[in-house]
Unconditional design. Structure first.
Length: 410
């Protein structure tokens, strides 16, 4: 396998200075045979692209926008939902869990640390017919989650994690709903957990696993270590392994699949302000010409579409508060003056967005310097905050106290 990886890396390095069109053709030829063979349970994922769940981002409106550009048979995951809130049928959570009538498979990510609560949440979801695919969040690195033993802290507790997988799979299996798990390399460089996490998930009936190739300590800083994805793919052999981390262009997706042998890619921050990335990914992974980036006029149209969908889902007031954080991402790299940018960032009505878009120069081409990283980056954590004594015994399956008190949206 390492010899294959070495050849793939060499082939990518050799084409770094080729004309962009020729380069894309060359990268495409390094892909494994039939990259569209991915299935998550009964669902073909063609092309093998998944929209990563992102809190406050991958709501019903944004998922629809991404689907309008991408393939209907890729997977677009709902933002994280807490298992406890599902069990309690929290009104806000039920609204967050809604899907479009033509959205299929309906993909939902849960958060939790208690096997019984997670199992009950899955039973409710499949019993009500609310989702066709369920994922568990094991990758969130933020303090308020890890200090409770959740997110990227949880896989360190191997027996607790095995109990969770077993309960969730058992609850979903009668309805034929696949359960998947998305996790990080580990807590920090001294506590890598991803290979054990992959083995346990595979042994206990997971339909697929996905690896964000950073530790919790890294947060979103530095570069993702794609070699970890390759090692996980070598370790987990009977279910699909997907890769996540630093997919900002279609070329990145092709390189990740070529270098690691992973079965598909999970795209997060790369699509912020760029929902058309899914059109580019679909074309690249099917060996088709990649569409040109949109002009500023077209970006303005997409922004209005996004704001309109949010308004339909949440009402204008909440929609305008939500869309403000997307403005800098949509306008990234374009020559838009500071005063106009400030106006976009403070909108309170949909009509204001339409008026502001009318002030943009529609002929400005998409800037090549807007293809790089976007969204959260920042600096690594000096220390990941964990429950007291968390690292003492990885075989301890005690459910951490008060870990399920969070409600959805954080």
């Amino acid at each position: 396998m390492m010899a294959v990886m070495t050849r793939a890396k060499a082939s990518v390095r050799e084409i770094d200075h080729i004309d962009p069109d020729e380069r894309m053709a060359a990268v495409t030829t390094t892909l494994p045979q039939a990259p569209t063979a991915l299935r998550i349970g009964p669902y073909p994922v063609d092309p093998p692209v998944v929209l990563a769940p992102m809190a406050g981002i991958t709501n019903r409106a944004f998922r629809r926008l991404c689907r309008e550009f991408g393939s209907a048979t890729s997977i677009y995951v709902c933002e994280m939902i807490t298992a406890r809130a599902v069990v309690e049928r929290n009104e806000k959570t039920l609204h967050m869990m809604s899907f479009d009538a033509d959205e299929h498979p309906r993909s939902m990510q849960l958060y939790g640390v208690d096997p019984k609560t997670l199992g009950e949440a899955v039973r409710i979801i499949v019993g009500e017919g609310w989702a066709d695919h369920i994922d568990l969040n094991l990758g969130c690195p933020v303090r308020k989650v890890t200090k409770l033993g959740g997110g990227s802290a949880l896989p360190y507790k191997r027996r607790l994690f095995a109990n969770i997988v077993r309960e969730m799979v058992a609850a979903a299996e009668p309805a034929g709903v696949p359960v998947t798990f998305k996790f990080r390399v580990g807590i920090d460089d001294d506590h890598h957990t991803y290979l054990d996490t992959g083995r346990i998930a595979e042994a206990e009936g997971a339909a697929a696993v996905a690896l964000h190739a950073r530790t919790a300590a890294q947060l979103y800083s530095g570069a993702a270590d794609w070699s970890a994805i390759a090692r996980l793919k070598e370790t987990v052999t009977t279910i699909p392994v997907l890769g996540n981390g630093d997919i900002f262009t279609a070329d990145d997706a092709l390189r990740m699949m070529s270098e690691t042998g992973c079965d598909g890619v999970v795209v997060g921050r790369g699509c912020l302000g760029r929902p058309w990335l899914f059109a580019e990914l679909s074309a690249a992974l099917r060996g088709e010409p990649i569409p040109d980036g949109p002009t500023l006029g077209r970006v303005g149209e997409i922004l209005v579409r996004h704001a309109t969908l949010l308004t339909e889902h949440d009402g204008e007031d909440k929609a305008m508060r939500d869309i403000r954080k997307h403005m800098a991402w949509y306008l990234m790299g374009f020559p838009v003056g500071s005063q106009l940018r400030r106006s976009f960032a403070t909108v309170s009505k949909l009509s204001q967005i339409e008026d502001l878009v009318g002030q943009l120069d529609p002929t400005v081409p998409f800037p090549t310097d807007a293809l790089g990283p976007r969204g959260r980056q920042g600096s690594p954590q000096t220390k990941v905050v964990l429950p007291e004594g968390w690292l003492d015994d990885p075989e301890d399956d005690t459910v951490p106290a008060a870990a399920d008190v969070m409600h959805s949206g954080g």
